[in-house]
Design a protein around this ligand. Sequence first.
Ligand code: HEM
Length: 417
Amino acid sequence: QQGQTPQEHTPDNSLALLKDGYDFIFKRRREMETEIFRTRLLGQPAICIGGKDAAELFYDTSKFQRSGAIPKRIQKSLFGENAIQTMDGDAHRHRKMLFMSLMSRERLDVFMQLLAQEWEAAIGRWEGAGEVELFGESQELLHRAACRWAGVPIEEETVRNRADDMGAMVEAFGAVGPRHAAGRRARRRTEEWLEGFILDLRAGEFKADEGTAAYAMAFHRDLQDRELDSRMAAIELINIVRPIVAIGRYVVFTAIALHEHPEYREKLAADEGKYRQWFVQETRRYYPFTPFLGASVIHDFTWKGHEFEEGTMVLLDVYGTTHDPALWDEADKFKPERFENWGGSPFDLIPQGGGDPNSGHRCAGEWLTIDAMRVSLEFLTNRMAYDVPEQDLELSLSRMPALPESRFVITNVRLAS
Ligand code: HEM
């Protein structure tokens, strides 16, 4: 009854998914030469899809919903329970407008200024400090910039632990055992902290400027004209600060790309604007961050002769789509110039999701991420100098989220003369 859709016959593939990581769907797509196959994950049937047509299908909100599609273990670590990622329909669009309203050009420019200040301050701390672990340090500086931008107060005594907690929620998503448990504890602590802060804002004991995320989350009204529950307001505020801190991973990937392709340093210095944009886009395409996304089928339908049954879990292969040789020439090569001729489709460069961010679930912070990566690239190339000692920079595709073992250590940091 399930037509010609290629199918895996193993009883359950959850362990294979942990082992193959980012390559889980893509490897099977290559082996079966298909954009779609059926498998079983977490004890239920699942359909895996990848490629540009698949991405377009996945973002058709008349066919897929997020409610019931995101496992509780991901909500209790990475996302927060019942927040924007799991909403559908009008309620989702209304909540999404709240997030997108924080991303005006003007507000993004404010963030970039704060971020540049934090980079400068951080370089000051690193000078003469010996070994600097770029991953943890860049998460901290991003956290400082994020809190200032979002209207969240920073306390010097706790700032590093708070930043580490933001990072731990991201670290948890593809993990079982201690790394996952640490992410849940980090979420609990962070929600309690920011729920207290939201209550203080509402009570007038603390002020946040209009236009900041803190103000927006504290005083937003839903479609029934009710304030968000204080816990939910805290969760959505975390949905701003946490992913900004997560850009620290892209800072590390940028540093790896510069280390492994030093020839681009000159090109970046010479041909500023364009090269920097291409370099950032290629870093987002090439390096593994989001492995795949999940949704569930609303009503039975057929796509290219394949049947999708109501309630089935569908996974979109994000990593494989950004490495698909049908879409990317020499897909396995780091080649920023490819973006000179990129058509700008919303369904091929999908490291932060596809489609339209206003009407669907595509990342609300993609522009902010790109801008923040451009600022960071400017610091890593023109504004500071550093040495890279011998270390293991390999990125294993079975570690989700990917991170080099050494977390990128640099030494002899100084401001560029
Ligand atoms: C959603 C990736 C940075 C806010 C998403 C999605 C992905 C993603 C894959 C899900 C798309 C989907 O479900 O279809 C990333 C990556 C980032 C990043 C790799 C780099 C660090 C940011 C930033 C912000 C942000 C900086 C905010 C300041 C959000 C929000 C959603 C989201 C609010 C939920 C959107 C929705 O459900 O409608 N992101 N993101 N992200 N992202 Fe990002």
